[in-house]
Write a protein that binds this ligand. Structure first.
Ligand code: HPA
Length: 235
């Protein structure tokens, strides 16, 4: 049983899937966490692996960039492969002033400029929210020296197009950061009655370019976000 975008067989995916945007990052995560992991997808280069962490099954798969891409994969994983929870691990651009490069952001809710959730329940402004149990597990797993922000982000469709004054308004409303997938992921999870969460590392700050991160710092912070995501996967 393959789907249009996944060649895996039934049982190839663990109930919990970590989803970075970049499939090569999925491969690096799999190699790091699960040296014996088996590759279960290669269609369109959207690599997926399944193995075990601390004796518990885990899968890692790339989502690609943007809400349509993650929606395709999350829909097929939830509806065809028995996946129960997806934890997106990625980066975001900081918006709120209290957010610093290197901080972790747990996306409790996700605003969007996309129509993907608008189309779900006609006449309703859908609220894209994370699963509470997963959120709690991720936040509790953060080391004491890791700054963690829990709140709203925005999933935008455009990476490059900027709307005048929008970032400043979002900042005024306490929106922590911008990325491109979480709102749609939460919509798909709601559609199938499944669990989803997004754990992000702040890679840059859109309203304060003085804050930046070295390559080494980037890697360390990413490992922390990954540990938080694994805790959510196995809670
Ligand atoms: N948009 C803008 N800046 C960013 C993003 C994004 O999606 N992710 C990381 N920095």
């Amino acid at each position: 049983m393959a789907t249009p975008h996944i060649e895996a067989q039934p049982g190839d995916f663990a109930p919990a899937v970590l989803m970075p945007g970049d499939p090569l990052r999925a491969q690096r995560i799999a190699k790091m966490l699960m040296p014996d992991a088996k590759q279960v997808n290669g269609v369109r280069g959207m690599l997926a692996f399944t193995g075990e962490v601390n004796g518990k099954p885990l899968s890692v798969m790339g989502s690609g960039m943007g809400q349509p891409s993650i929606t395709i994969y999350a829909t097929e994983l939830f509806s065809q492969y028995g996946v129960e929870r997806i934890i997106r691990v990625g980066t975001c651009g900081g918006i709120a002033p209290q957010v610093q490069v290197g901080d972790a952001v747990v996306a409790l809710g996700s605003h969007t400029d996309s129509a993907m959730n608008t189309l779900r329940i006609p006449g309703v402004h859908f609220s894209a929210v994370a699963d509470f149990e997963l959120t709690r597990a991720a936040v509790e797993a953060a080391p004491a020296d890791q700054k963690v922000h829990v709140g709203s982000v925005i999933s935008r469709d455009h990476f490059y197009l900027s709307v005048e004054g929008q970032l400043e308004n979002l900042s005024k409303y306490g929106v922590l950061g911008v990325e491109m997938e979480s709102a749609a992921l939460y919509g798909v999870a709601a559609e199938f009655g499944k669990q989803a969460l997004t754990v992000l590392t702040v890679s840059d700050h859109l309203l304060d370019h003085s804050k930046d991160m070295s390559a080494e710092e980037r890697e360390t912070k990413f490992h922390t976000a990954l540990a938080m995501a694994v805790a959510a996967a196995h809670c």
